[in-house]
Structures are given as structure tokens and as C-alpha cells.
Design a binder for this molecule. Structure first.
Ligand SMILES: *Cc1c(COP(=O)(O)O)cnc(C)c1O
Length: 391
């Protein structure tokens, strides 16, 4: 076995993973890890969830793929579940987060064209993350991702997150949309302020711009509500989701309300998007999340994890700068310790974590995590903190 044929796109942890069960994964040598990365917020039901496994197995026996030239029951059903449990509207299925945002961007541009040929601009926030393909990358206002790939798509401008004056100074009738993560994930788990999201909604209405919430990471029950915006009393015109939706099977979705739902046949498409295998996985995930008490439990466990980490911050004020997040989407901002070094030590100690933006450790455990496993993870984090000497 060799690594030589894979492009050099990731700085990977030096382990080869083999199988998993619940919140645990094992590497090729049989060492186990508590998985607090969950494939970057993907494995919401953990690994090898019996219901998800049987759904995939049964659907694979019936029909894996048939293209969007035909209707399938799993696709119609998952669309209905998503619509009825969000702000409502109709759904377009894709295979990833970036593709969900590409579809949202196209919806917004077509919407703008109904009013004026000049209404094509899109605003997004600095330090946002919307994906790697050109439309989404153009919305991802981070020089480190954009600089080697210019020129980007025309018409994207940026404002400061949680700064309404910054947004106000940019917006005009030329904008067809504002796209934003209710909780910035990749740049370090930074929740939006409530007043800020409310103000964006007002400004979008004033300028007839669509409001797009990118919930690719913060959606799917991660925050203790099905969608993060449900904490905020603000509804988007377009909602994008992906990561957790298929519990590991690639699928994303765009939900658009009546105003934003402007696609007509041949405007957009996807060969794989919404195939019956992916949609049946999505239905199973949604049904689990919507089970009585499931999201309340996520909320409870998230509070517990955050409180434990707050305690730790008080014990190590010189090493931990900040604890942020909602539900099971928690960031630990480190001080004078490199997040990547910290994450490596966690992995050595049997805990998988993700690194984010500003020297932050991202904790995104499966939503089926047990309190006992949270305690174990907190203990490992404490032990790793001890290994870094005080300055
Ligand atoms: C991961 C992520 C994306 C991109 O998703 P891919 O499936 O990797 O294309 C977009 N937006 C947010 C908020 C994300 O966290």
C-alpha cells in the first residue's frame, strides 16, 4: 500500500482508519479512537448505525441510481421532510456542500435578473467558508483559499461578520443575495449575534436581496435544533445543507421559499444529485434526528461539554483563550499552543478532533455521543493540555 498516488491536498493525521462503531473508530493496527471530528460533522448518527446500514443495504438491492429523468419515492419523501421541517418551500438535491451553495448562487442570480440586469452582486462575510468550486470559492472570503486561483467569479463582495455597519456600507440595489453561515464553522466556530442576523434579514428585505443561510456544517441537529437559524428567530429565503444529511453518504440540498424558487427546466441539474440511495439515507437520518427527545439530548450534551470545557479554561487560563459554540459544535481557541500540534497529541492519545481557523480545536462529535464518552474526551483534552509546558 502506498500514499504516492494521492494528490497532496490534505495535511493528514498519520493514521489509516479501518472501521467504526458508534462514536469509536479503529485504525489498521487495531488502536481505537473517540471520534470528535465525525468526518467533519458528517457522521451525525456515528459509525455503522444499524438503521442507516440496513436502509443503505435494502435500497441498494432495489435501486441505487436512476438519474433525474424520473421520479423516485425516496427523493420526493426527503424533499417533503426537509421542507416541512425548515422554512418551507421546494428542494433541489446535490452531492456536496459546495454544490448546494452553487445552486443557491444560481438561484440568487436568476432572481436578481427578474428585476434588473445589474442586480447580480452577492455579499458574503470575511472568514466565511462556502466551498471550493468557483462560485462558492468566490463567496469564501479568505485569501489563503482564493489567492492562487484568481480570477474569481465576478460580483462578490465581502463584509465583516457580526458587524452590521460593515454590511450596511456595502449593500445596494445591485445585490441579489447575502450568503452567511449562522455559525461560522471552518474559521473557528463563531456564532452570529442574534441582532446581527435579524438586521441582515431586514436589510435583505429592504434591498430586495435573498438571504441565504449556509448550514452545511451547523445544520442537521448539530446545535440542538434541526437548523441553527431556529435559535435566532430569523428565516432565510434559501437554506443550504449537506455534511450530516446522509450520515456519511454524499448528499446536499438546497431549500428555497416561494420567492427564491425560480428555477425552470434546464436551468440547473445534477446527474447524481438526489439519487435513491442517498435520499433513503437522508430520510433515515432525518427520522432519527426528529425522534422525540433526540435534539433535546443534543442540546443537553452540548451544554455539558461546554460547561466541562469552561471549567478547564478556568484551570488553564494561559492555555485556553476562549470556548465557543452551540450544541455539539464547540470550538476551543488555544493560546500560545499550535492547534495542529494539539490535535496531533489528541490523536496520539486516542481522540480525533478537527482544527479550525484561528488556532481553534473544533469538536463535532456524532450526535449519538454518550455522556461517558464526552467525559473521556474531556479527560484526554486535559491530559494533552498538561503536556504543553507553561511559557
Ligand atoms: C464544509 C462546508 C462547505 C463545503 O462542503 P463540501 O461538501 O466540502 O463541498 C460549505 N459550507 C460550509 C459552511 C461548510 O462547513
Amino acid at each position: 500500500m502506498t500514499k504516492d498516488y494521492l494528490m497532496n491536498t490534505y495535511s493528514r493525521f498519520e493514521i489509516v482508519l479501518d472501521h467504526g462503531k458508534g462514536a469509536l473508530v479503529w485504525d489498521k493496527d487495531g488502536k481505537s479512537y473517540l471520534d470528535f471530528a465525525a468526518g467533519i460533522a458528517v457522521n451525525v448518527l456515528g459509525h455503522s448505525h444499524p438503521k442507516l446500514v440496513s436502509t443503505i443495504r435494502e435500497q441498494a438491492k432495489k435501486l441505487i441510481h436512476c438519474s433525474n429523468l424520473y421520479w423516485t419515492e425516496p427523493q420526493m419523501k426527503l424533499a417533503e421532510i426537509l421542507s416541512k421541517n425548515s422554512m418551507g418551500g421546494r428542494v433541489f438535491f446535490v452531492n456536496s456542500g459546495t454544490e448546494a451553495n452553487e445552486a443557491a448562487i444560481k438561484l440568487a442570480r436568476k432572481y436578481g435578473k427578474k428585476f434588473s440586469p445589474d442586480k447580480y452582486k452577492i455579499l458574503s462575510a470575511f472568514d466565511s467558508f462556502h466551498g471550493r468550486t468557483y462560485g462558492s470559492l468566490s463567496a469564501t472570503a479568505q485569501p489563503k483559499y482564493q489567492k492562487d486561483f484568481t480570477p474569481l467569479v465576478d460580483g462578490f463582495e465581502y463584509f465583516e461578520y457580526n458587524n452590521i455597519d460593515s454590511l450596511n456600507s456595502k449593500i445596494s440595489e445591485q445585490f441579489c443575495a447575502v450568503i452567511i453561515e449562522p455559525i461560522q464553522g471552518e474559521s473557528g466556530i463563531i456564532p452570529a449575534n442574534k441582532n446581527f442576523l435579524k438586521a441582515i434579514r431586514k436589510i435583505c428585505d429592504e434591498y430586495n436581496a435573498l438571504l441565504i443561510f449556509d448550514e452545511v456544517q451547523c445544520g442537521m441537529g448539530r446545535t440542538g435544533k434541526l437548523f441553527a437559524y431556529q435559535h435566532y428567530d430569523v428565516e432565510p429565503d434559501i437554506l443550504t445543507v449537506a455534511k450530516g444529511l446522509g450520515g456519511g453518504i454524499p448528499i446536499g440540498a438546497v431549500v428555497a421559499n416561494e420567492k427564491a424558487d425560480v428555477f425552470e427546466p434546464s436551468d440547473h441539474g445534477s446527474t447524481f444529485g438526489g439519487n435513491p440511495l442517498a435520499c433513503s439515507a437522508g430520510i433515515t437520518v432525518m427520522n432519527e434526528l426528529l425522534n422525540e427527545g433526540f435534539l433535546e439530548k443534543v442540546d443537553e450534551l452540548g451544554d455539558f461539554l461546554k460547561k466541562e470545557l469552561e471549567k478547564m479554561r478556568r484551570s488553564y487560563p494561559q492555555k485556553i483563550k476562549d470556548i465557543r459554540g452551540i450544541g455539539l459544535m464547540i470550538g476551543i481557541e488555544l493560546n500560545k499552543i499550535k492547534a495542529k500540534d494539539f490535535a496531533n497529541k489528541c490523536v496520539e492519545s486516542g481522540l480525533l478532533v478537527a482544527v479550525a481557523g484561528n488556532n481553534t480545536i473544533r469538536l463535532l462529535p456524532p450526535l449519538i455521543i454518550k455522556k461517558k464518552q464526552i467525559n473521556e474526551a474531556v479527560q484526554i483534552i486535559g491530559k494533552v493540555l498538561e503536556e504543553f509546558k507553561d511559557e
